[in-house]
Design a binder for this molecule. Structure first.
Ligand SMILES: NC(=O)c1ccc[n+]([C@@H]2O[C@H](COP(=O)([O-])OP(=O)(O)OC[C@H]3O[C@@H](n4cnc5c(N)ncnc54)[C@H](O)[C@@H]3O)[C@@H](O)[C@H]2O)c1
Length: 252
């Protein structure tokens, strides 16, 4: 096996139906892992079928990670599909709500925190129990530049992603010595549906593009290499770290 070899590894990717999660699921599949993707609607089944039609070992699971009562059963179902083993968990499901802070509805605050932070913790905990018993595992959380910056009109998202970064460090402290690598990727400005409002806003779009040293928005494909690093033996001595995937934005 080479450092980056993940052939035969068993993985779960939440939010794997589209955007960055889709790109990261594709990266694992292309390298020979077996993957269960989680999505809220039956379109996750269609996406899994289209991956399978390309010869990949992919399963789709319909589940709403905002529903706390269903997370454990969905996780168990996914692990059963993978034959009882889990080597890699990628927490990519996420939601965004935009309102001026003074008018931010509490319901939206709770919806964002529930999916982005609480469900991420719950999935880490479920995977962690199994991986601790196995004596090995790789967990990759998806943070954001909003783990570092406060942003505008996105206080819940910024709070949730700040939390994801701290959570990643906290879990790494407890699990690094017990075979689990847990780290985070912090995507920059990526052209996905989550950013359709920003992409459509010509002024903000131009402002953002001008500030990115790489001079372009990122894409789901840009997540592939960084993910494979954190999901493989190449990162065995990397714990509680965050790797920005942002075309240089943070360093500017
Ligand atoms: N696009 C960006 O610029 C950017 C930047 C930094 C971080 N991120 C993060 O990357 C991750 C993926 O973002 P994206 O741009 O691909 O977004 P996206 O909106 O294209 O995809 C989000 C995915 O999460 C899933 N999801 C949402 N709520 C869910 C729930 N309750 N249960 C299960 N699945 C749910 C959706 O079905 C979808 O597949 C998110 O965590 C996001 O916060 C994105």
């Amino acid at each position: 096996m080479t450092l980056f070899d993940i052939r035969g590894r068993k993985a779960i990717v939440t939010g794997g139906t589209r955007g960055l999660g889709h790109g990261m699921a594709e990266a694992l599949l292309e390298e020979g892992a077996e993957v269960v993707i989680f999505g809220t609607s039956s379109s996750v089944l269609t996406v899994a079928e289209s991956f399978s039609a390309r010869g990949f070992a992919c399963h789709g699971l319909v589940t709403d990670l905002a529903d706390a009562g269903r997370r454990e059963a969905s996780f168990a179902e996914a692990v059963a599909l993978l034959g009882g083993q889990l080597d890699i968990l990628v927490n990519s499901a996420g939601v965004q709500k935009r309102h001026p802070a003074e008018a931010f509805p509490l319901d939206d605050w709770q919806a964002v925190l529930e999916v982005n932070l609480t469900a991420t913790f719950a999935m880490c905990q479920l995977a962690g129990r199994l991986m601790l018993a196995q004596g090995r595992g790789k967990i990759v959380n998806i943070a954001s530049l909003l783990s570092f910056f406060g942003g505008f009109t996105v206080p819940a998202y910024a709070a949730s992603k700040g939390g994801v970064l701290q959570l990643t460090k906290a879990l790494a402290n407890e699990w690094a010595g017990r075979g689990i690598n847990i780290n985070a990727l912090a995507p920059g400005y990526m052209a996905t549906e989550m950013n359709s409002a920003l992409l459509a806003d010509k002024g903000r779009n131009a402002e953002i593009s001008a500030r990115i040293p790489a001079h372009r928005w990122g894409s789901p494909d840009d997540m592939k290499g960084p993910l494979l690093f954190l999901a493989s033996a190449a990162s065995d001595y990397v714990n509680g770290a965050v790797l920005p995937v942002d075309g240089g934005y943070l360093g500017r």
